[in-house]
Ligand binder design. Structure first.
Ligand code: NAP
Length: 312
């Protein structure tokens, strides 16, 4: 029979790794299961400058996450690579079934994250982190005084475009229709902002550059006309931010856990509606999805798991 862990943590991003660190340090037998490489979204973030204490020159997402992984390991959290295909969360022992085997635990912390929807253009992967970003809070400062383009027309796109005007010299919103989806009050502020321009009825079909993004092809969906947008010669690059929604990694838990738009509902202590099942990080319903808030969630979830295990 498989070992019954005190806690299994699903996901090796900042929330999962911090939960692993706290659970291991509390002497819980802990297993972190991650389907790919550790890090979640920050694994693809070139620079992290808004995580407190993160002031190391040239520090990248992967190097921060490598230290988090090492720290969780130091306190005894085991780590395994597997893709979980089904879960049984009710009852005293929770069962997770992956492609490599079955895993049992007294409690589970779900930290599977949420990922921005890709823009969907050719070469996108090649320039993600090299001009293409999905997080203005993380990357706006890198485009101080450059031109920036934002894809999307919802609240996020328009609000983030306004945030970006504090850094960029011009922000152009590229939207696939000729009117915004964003709330009217948000739209009004954007229309009144002299730094914001619009490209209506448009989608980005291809991005190009040498090492960094400096050119893209935009298609007018009504006329089919293709326009090439080039970086200003002196700049040599521009920014392209995608805000067309997020995909939470929560499919596995549909019908079991209470959710809102695919995000798992928890109380302030990360409890879901099932006893012994906690959620932490971007997968939760929350207002700010950042490394620092994910780490905080992970710590709280692990301490709650410790209380749960000691009382069962
Ligand atoms: P959203 O409301 O779903 O808007 C997504 C936008 O991206 C839409 O304008 C959509 O165009 C566009 N889009 C979707 N797929 C696309 C594609 N493949 N190519 C090009 N454009 C595409 O997403 P969101 O803005 O991230 O907001 C998510 C939720 O959070 C919403 O409920 C929103 O109200 C809420 N939110 C609220 C606030 C606030 O209240 N301050 C701030 C941020 C977010 P169409 O319009 O043509 O569909």
């Amino acid at each position: 029979m498989s070992k019954i862990y005190d806690v299994i943590i699903l996901g090796g991003g900042p929330a999962g790794l911090t939960a692993g660190l706290y659970a291991g340090r509390s002497r819980l037998s802990t297993l972190i299961i991650e389907k790919g490489q550790d890090g979640g979204q920050i694994a693809i973030t070139d620079e992290i400058e808004n995580y407190p204490g993160q002031m190391v020159e040239g520090e990248s997402g992967p190097s921060l996450i490598a230290r988090m992984t090492e720290q969780a390991k130091k306190f005894g959290a085991e780590r395994c690579t597997d893709a979980i295909k089904s879960v049984e969360l009710e009852g005293e022992v929770k069962k997770l079934v992956g492609t490599k085997g079955e895993y049992l635990a007294k409690c589970v912390i779900i930290a599977t994250g949420a990922f921005p929807k890709p823009i969907g253009c050719e070469n996108e992967g090649k320039f993600t982190g090299k001009g293409i970003s999905f997080c203005a809070t993380c990357d706006a400062a890198f485009f101080e005084d450059f031109e920036v383009y934002v894809v999307g027309g919802g609240d996020s796109a328009v609000e983030e475009a306004m945030y970006l005007t504090k850094f960029a010299r011009k922000v152009t919103i590229i939207h696939r229709r000729d009117e915004l989806r964003a709330a009217k009050s948000i739209q009004e502020k954007a229309f009144a902002n002299p730094k914001i321009a619009f490209m209506w009825d448009s989608v980005v079909v291809r991005v190009d550059g040498d090492d960094l993004l400096n050119s893209m092809t935009v298609k007018n969906v009504k006329t089919g006309e293709l326009t090439t947008v080039e970086a200003d010669e002196e700049d040599g690059l521009f920014g392209l931010f995608g805000f067309i929604g997020y995909n939470p990694n929560s499919k596995l838990f549909e019908g079991m856990l209470e959710m809102e738009n695919g995000y798992i509902k928890t109380d302030d202590n990360m409890h879901t509606n099932i006893p012994g099942v906690f959620a932490a990080g971007d997968i939760r319903v929350k207002s700010l999805r950042q490394v620092v808030t994910a780490a905080a969630d992970g710590a709280i979830a692990a301490m709650q798991a410790e209380h749960y295990v000691s009382n069962h």
